[in-house]
Design a protein around this ligand. Structure first.
Ligand SMILES: C[S@@+](CC[C@H](N)C(=O)[O-])C[C@H]1O[C@@H](n2cnc3c(N)ncnc32)[C@H](O)[C@@H]1O
Length: 257
């Protein structure tokens, strides 16, 4: 085996877990540890750390989804089910929402929350890896993956898997942290992410490391145009994105025709 092959092989076997370089097989377990650890307080932390603004980003995503009564929606990496709750009401009795997540603790918290809210009947729960979705081709009218893609080991594989299970005419919405487009904001945001986030995580969940990973993983995630190209490479068409809160978050949308 020559040196080039050696280098290519070792590159294929590693990936990022925040700023750390880890073996690909290891990342899934490390991400699992993060979400098992934060699941119980996930909703509280979301409101605290985003000052409630994640609700506005999610509302905008729903408005851009075009989901209607009777449709079938996949809330992928759906965690505690914020999108499932909203889509369940929109698609009604004749539609269906699948809340899929790789992590049993997040799914459990999500299922309990939705049942307590009386959201039953048109919701299914599936433990699944975004990289290998256990659904037939052309199943869903819409897939939403919100703050999930960043945590997936092989994002290209996951995007291809989402494309496969979307119906022709269906759309994918990716809501994810991105790159702030205003310089002074970037500095304040960096200070907040690396100094405040882990401290709040330590105080509330007794786990600063998970929130350090959150800040690092945001920096390692593909920026707006790179993610757009990745979606196009996976087959999506008419891909566009909106910067929300000056690019702290971006919503990408692409279609399968
Ligand atoms: C930050 S939470 C987002 C939850 C929810 N979508 C929201 O917007 O509040 C990320 C979720 O992605 C899930 N996740 C991570 N890797 C995954 C994978 N490979 N396949 C499916 N879900 C995954 C985690 O278990 C976690 O529940």
């Amino acid at each position: 085996m020559n040196e080039l092959q050696n280098t290519q092989e070792s590159q294929q076997e590693t990936t990022h877990f925040g700023f750390k370089t880890v073996a690909k097989e290891e990342k899934q377990q490390l991400v699992a540890n993060v979400f098992h650890s934060v699941a119980d307080k996930y909703d509280l932390m979301n409101d605290l750390l985003s000052f409630g603004i994640h609700r506005v980003w999610k509302r905008f995503t729903i408005d851009c989804s075009g989901v209607r009564k009777g449709q079938k929606v996949l809330d992928l990496a759906g965690g505690t089910g914020d999108f499932t709750a909203k889509f369940s009401r929109i698609v009604g009795e004749t539609g269906e929402v699948v809340l899929a997540d790789i992590n049993s603790s997040m799914l459990e918290v999500g299922r309990d929350k939705l049942r307590n809210l009386g959201i039953v009947g048109n919701v299914d729960y599936v433990q699944a890896n975004a990289e290998a979705l256990p659904f037939a081709d052309n199943t869903f009218d819409c897939i939403v993956i919100s703050f999930g893609l960043r945590n997936v080991t092989d994002k290209d594989k996951a995007l291809r898997s989402m494309y496969r299970v979307l119906k022709p005419g269906g759309r994918l919405l990716v809501l994810e942290f991105s790159k702030p487009i205003i310089d002074p904001l970037r500095q304040i945001y960096n200070f907040y992410s690396f100094n405040i986030l882990p401290k709040v995580g330590e105080a509330v969940v007794n786990d600063g490391d998970s929130y350090r990973y959150l800040a690092e993983s945001i920096r390692m995630h593909p920026k707006q145009d790179e993610l757009k190209s990745m979606m196009e490479d996976a087959g999506f068409e008419s891909v566009s994105y909106y910067n929300l809160s000056a690019g702290i978050v971006a919503l990408h949308r692409g279609y399968k025709f």
